[in-house]
Design a binder for this molecule. Structure first.
Ligand SMILES: [Zn+2]
Length: 362
């Protein structure tokens, strides 16, 4: 008897972990005449995960009903419940709902990660981008800028890098934003309130008194924020910020227009990242994957990165001749590569800006 109970607990746990590990948003229990089909919804598509016997499926459903506070005896009326589960150190909120069907009860579990932390590997399907972004975690001082047009995903990249730094070094991260875009308990977040005279400059002074390791300035958008970011990186901290610009070179140009000298940029800049979001397809199957394709959980969009650091960055900061072909790979190079590898459909190469209709990701 105990073994059966343990087995149900283990199978329930394994189902949740399988779903969580592939980034599923829902788990569906579909009762059929002879068995129960388990499907996962991942990036909007349904995939078959398992087929369970009627009996085991009902026991697992009862287990979830019990954990989420539903009445186990009630099978003829729809019910809903909720519970919290801890998976791989992520706390995931689970919303459950049951529905009576002619073939027994059906159950849908919605998974809502509490801290929506992407890992760096989730930002782009291109391995080179993941490797080069991960290499940025080795900097312990200087300024890292993330640029892109509105909706390019730069805020997501910014928070993802900060979370990765926090996890890796257990660093004290203090952010200064206007407004705070994503609440995260792992950081100390401050909001600029210009009307109350709590400006970026005031906020920066407050941050320095708070013993930070890493400082995040939400966006460099004028001479004041630019100056604050440069001063913060001159104090020996690692500083991350975003700039509205279309390329790494354009970002440097923009900072100079905001009154930052070439000398200060050379002293402080560790890396400049530019990014775009593009729609992608499976290189083997096209827009919809076959059920057995290894890419079947691929996202609908991915970020393409241009990452300027080291010698190429030094060269661009030293060069006074504009218009020379850069000695690093630009976004356009990566887009061409993505098309050649079959990930990016040809149509989105002609300068169509995929990022425009995806504001919520930025
Ligand atoms: Zn495929």
């Amino acid at each position: 008897m105990n073994n059966v109970t343990n087995d149900v607990e283990e199978r329930s746990r394994a189902l949740l972990e399988d779903a969580h590990s592939v980034g599923a948003s829902d788990i569906h229990f579909i009762p059929r005449e002879d068995d129960t089909l388990i499907e996962l919804r991942v990036h909007g598509y349904l995939y078959q995960l398992a087929i369970l016997s009627r009996d085991l499926a009902q026991r697992i459903i009862n287990h979830f009903k019990f954990l989420s506070g539903m009445d186990i005896g009630e099978k003829r009326l729809p019910q809903s419940g909720a519970m919290l589960a801890l998976m791989n150190q992520d706390s995931v909120s689970l919303r459950m709902s049951t529905l009576p069907t002619p073939n027994r009860e059906s159950l849908v579990i919605r998974l809502l990660p509490q801290r929506h932390d992407f890992s760096i590997a989730d930002l782009s399907v291109f391995d080179e981008a993941t490797e080069r972004l991960s290499a940025l975690l080795n900097y312990d001082n200087g300024l890292i800028l993330i640029s892109g047009p509105t909706g390019s995903g730069k805020t997501t990249t910014l928070y993802t890098l900060l979370s990765a730094l926090q996890r890796r070094y257990n660093a004290r991260i203090i952010t200064l934003e206007d407004p705070i875009e994503k609440k995260n308990d792992a950081f100390v977040q401050m909001e600029v309130k210009e009307k109350a005279n709590f400006t970026y400059a005031e906020g920066f002074k407050a941050i320095l008194r708070h013993d930070p390791d890493i400082i995040m300035i939400g966006e460099i958008r004028d001479a004041e924020t630019a100056k604050v970011a440069i001063r913060a990186s001159l104090t020996g901290h690692l500083v991350l910020s975003t700039v509205h610009a279309s390329s790494a070179a354009g970002t440097i140009q923009r900072l100079m227009e905001l009154g930052i000298s070439r000398f200060d940029l050379k002293e402080t800049l560790a890396s400049v990242i530019a990014e775009r979001l593009v729609s992608i397809q499976c290189p083997t199957c096209g827009s919809v994957c076959r059920p057995d394709c290894e890419n079947r959980h691929h996202p609908k969009r991915t970020a393409v990165f241009e990452i300027l650091a080291g010698m190429p960055l030094h060269n661009i900061l030293s060069s006074r001749i504009p218009g020379v072909r850069p000695d690093y790979k630009t976004i356009e190079d990566y887009l061409r590569e993505g098309i050649a590898k079959g990930w990016i459909p040809k149509a989105s190469s002609k300068g169509r800006d995929e990022s425009r209709d995806s504001k919520k990701l930025d």
